[in-house]
Write a protein that binds this ligand. Structure first.
Ligand code: M7G
Length: 307
């Protein structure tokens, strides 16, 4: 039993902020306006992630609501010079809500994931995947229980946007944990495949093309219908390495710079499909680059090869 399962198997009382005792800040991302804090709740480790939410176009669309937001606000001057001034603006608390993501009980792996640390890039050949990455994953990976809870309708069933229950080409599409589910400007939904035997893009072969095409066409249609975002304004991609080794596709609004969209981690769904069409076992043969954080076991394993 891995550390994740061991912790989850313990009896845990439910999380409440009243019982949360802050211990330290794991990291503070000024660009994203998100802070990752660690503490204890009922003696168990808990991570509280607080994020300032973006403005929405709706809030500032020139209606009476917009004027009332500003009329009810007050300014606190920072500086003034000629025609220029800087102020803090205090607005209604509704406009100041934070998104709070809780991980409880948190494992050491979660604590490591959200801690400030150096990050390194490695090149994974097919041989290194088999000899280093795979054994490391088998020992050390995030528990995918939340994925199975979704696939079995135990949790988040009311959030499912569309589902296709076919065991080979089916998937469920739902709002991602990283999204508040309402702010259209930061739309982020995830398609989780029904098949439990595909860990990552590394496992994808020609026989999976119908699965990928099915996800692409149905999810893009559903996103258009539900959120009004056209397929040419959606970024659809995989992560390599992912945190959770059960294949899933990330979909987000193109104008939103979601975490993990950079070239060292994101693989566009279209490119993946095209690579497999050209070379059916592309992902069996390719050298894939990936990044790992200093505290990850995978990072230590790859660093030791390089030394
Ligand atoms: P990943 O590439 O494996 O991990 O993507 P990373 O992006 O965190 O590095 C997994 C995706 O699943 C991420 O976008 C997570 O935010 C999302 N996710 C994780 N959990 C635990 C949940 C959950 O419980 N519910 C939902 N809806 N999404 C989750």
């Amino acid at each position: 039993m891995g550390e994740d399962q061991a912790i989850q198997a313990q009896e845990t009382k439910s999380f409440s902020l009243d019982d949360f005792v802050y211990e330290r800040t794991l990291s503070n991302n000024a660009n994203r306006k998100v802070i990752f804090t660690l503490g204890k709740c009922h003696e168990m480790p808990a991570i509280v992630i607080l994020e300032k939410i973006s403005f929405t176009d709706e809030q500032f669309n020139g209606t009476d609501d917009t004027s009332s937001i500003l009329k009810n606000a007050s300014l606190e001057k920072i500086m003034e010079n000629d025609i220029y001034q800087n102020n803090f603006c205090k607005v209604d608390s509704e406009l100041n809500k934070l998104k709070a993501t809780i991980i409880y009980p948190a494992t050491d792996k979660h604590i490591s994931k959200y801690s400030e640390q150096n990050i390194y890039v490695f090149n994974e050949t097919p041989e290194l995947y088999k000899s280093v990455t795979l054994p490391c994953l088998e020992k050390e990976q995030f528990n995918c229980d939340w994925v199975y809870n979704v696939l079995e309708h135990r949790h988040e069933a009311d959030r499912i946007i569309i589902e296709d229950l076919d065991p080979e080409i089916g998937f469920m599409l739902l709002p991602d944990l990283k999204w508040d589910g309402v702010t259209a400007e930061t739309m982020y939904v995830t398609a989780i495949i029904m098949n439990r035997n595909i860990k990552s893009i590394r496992d994808l072969r020609e026989c999976h093309l119908p699965l990928l095409e099915n996800i692409k066409s149905k999810c893009l249609t559903a996103i258009k219908e539900k959120y009004g975002v056209n397929s040419n304004q959606v970024r659809a991609y995989f992560h390599y390495q992912p945190s959770y080794y059960h294949l899933h596709v990330h979909f987000n609004y193109l104008k939103y710079d979601a975490p993990g969209i950079f070239c060292e981690k994101a693989h566009l769904l279209n490119t993946v499909i095209d690579n497999i069409k050209m070379v059916p076992n592309y992902y069996e043969k390719a050298t894939l680059s990936f990044t790992a954080r200093e505290n990850d076991k995978l990072c230590a394993a790859y660093k030791s090869i390089a030394e």
